[in-house]
Design a protein around this ligand. Structure first.
Ligand code: PLP
Length: 428
């Protein structure tokens, strides 16, 4: 499979090159040159397939012959080492729980898949790749855990000092080995700016820097897997499916639309956002005006200019009319989100965290318009990761899951930095 840059000003590359580069040289996102739907028989028979078989069919055309079939199957098996249950919350509404992995957020899937692809590409080479990521919390932990011990890959995570939760900080500072944490005296945007600057810095070319957020195709594409798993579980109800994704950089929802292009019968997509409402405003007013992000309680979605939105537009060939038939986007305030967490728990006993609750709200709004459908919202993180919000709202104490317990007593190791020069010194 060849990938082209959505800025249309860079050479086409294969899967390996696109993964190693992350972003094309013209700063555009990579996009596959063709998308071939899966045969009808695959969907007819999906309930009889294993998760590994489904994932392999979904991704194989995008990898092509650059990873041999048996190696790709091994990568998939290691990626999918946990469950993705669709849990009934209320009549016709399900929560697709994506938080049963090692760091308890959906980003485990993409991080594990990408790290193993890089490990494969480096199998015979002494060339080192440096994964550089800025995190506001969840990405860092998933990347640290997913890339731990992968051959030829060094991971450097920048996080804002004092601005991530204690659990999140432990997840990214305690692993050691090839994982290094830089504690930045600043906010998330400062971390992000330093990373962007490093990617553009010619004097760092020899470091082979790449990114591990959803702009990287090896993080984005495997996120299709669990949308297929949701369909596999809910197909028996024989109702049109509405999928609501709590959205920040719009990677998950873009993977969902990609799955639909492969033939997966999803009737409608809802991109649910917090106060960072660039996309809902675009759909309401017709002009795309990104603005600086604002802080909310669903902080993994505090994104002012969602990087994958351009891929979604490409999937609809920039035809707004076609796009709006399949896609709606709604924004919710923190107050509405808090109320939803309480209301869901009060009525159903289900404990949602802020991101899932935003997804739930968007789903309810859409389902009020489309009766006789079945709704799924993504529960993208475990409530324990947002215990500061959830516990006081519900007046309860959440038990600490074993994945989290295992990092709490480990020693934090980080290097404090303040400026871009500090980062350069650290890198060289
Ligand atoms: C990253 C993240 C999101 C946003 O996902 P996108 O694919 O960037 O839209 C939502 N919830 C949680 C918990 C996250 O960590």
């Amino acid at each position: 499979m060849q990938y082209f840059s959505l800025n249309k000003n860079a050479p086409r590359v294969g899967f390996e090159e696109a993964v190693i580069q992350g972003l094309a040289p013209d700063r555009g996102l990579y996009f596959p040159e063709s998308i071939t739907p899966l045969p009808h028989s695959f969907f007819k028979n999906i309930e009889n397939l294993s998760r590994e078989e489904i994932a392999f069919e979904a991704i194989k055309q995008f990898v092509g012959d650059e990873i041999p079939e048996n190696e790709l199957k091994q990568i998939i098996a290691e990626t999918l080492c946990f469950d993705f249950p669709c849990v009934p919350v209320e009549e016709d509404i399900y929560s697709l729980e994506l938080f049963h992995g090692p760091t308890m957020a959906f980003k485990d899937v993409g991080a594990r898949f990408m790290s193993r692809c890089l490990g494969y590409f480096n199998r015979h080479s002494d060339k080192k790749v440096t994964v550089l990521v800025a995190t506001s919390g969840d990405t860092g932990g998933a990347v640290a855990s997913g890339f731990l011990g992968v051959k030829g890959v060094e991971v450097i995570i920048l996080y804002p000092s004092g601005k991530v939760s204690e659990i999140q900080e432990r997840q990214l500072t305690t692993l050691g080995k090839n994982i290094k944490a830089l504690e930045v005296d600043g906010v998330f945007d400062d971390c992000q700016d330093m990373v962007k600057k490093a990617f553009l810095d010619d004097s760092l070319k020899h470091k082979n820097l790449t990114s591990a957020n959803s702009i990287n195709i090896a993080r984005w594409l495997p996120q299709m897997f669990y949308i297929f798993f949701a369909y596999q579980q809910l197909k028996k109800h024989n109702k049109p499916l509405i999928l609501s994704c709590p959205s920040g950089n719009f990677g998950n929802i873009c993977a969902g639309i990609m799955a639909k292009r492969l033939g997966l019968p999803i009737a409608h997509f809802v991109a649910s956002t917090n106060a960072n409402d660039t996309v809902p405003r675009f759909l309401a007013a017709g002009n795309y005006e990104p603005k600086p992000s604002v802080a909310t309680i669903s902080n993994a979605m505090d994104v002012g200019n969602p990087s994958n939105f351009i891929r979604i537009q490409q999937l609809y060939r920039f035809n707004l009319e076609e796009f709006e038939k399949d896609f709606t986007s709604h924004s919710f305030s923190d107050t509405e989100t808090e109320k939803a967490i309480q209301d869901i728990h009060h009525r159903t006993q289900y404990i949602a965290e802020p991101h899932g609750a935003v997804g739930y709200l968007g789903l309810k709004k859409e389902m009020a318009k489309q009766s006789d459908s079945l709704g799924v919202f993504l529960e993208t993180a475990h409530p324990i990761k947002f215990l500061d919000v959830v516990e006081p709202l519900l007046d309860l104490k959440l038990p600490i899951p074993k994945q989290i317990e295992s990092v709490l007593d480990k020693e934090k190791i980080s290097v404090k930095i303040k400026t871009y020069e500090d980062l350069k010194t650290f890198l060289s």
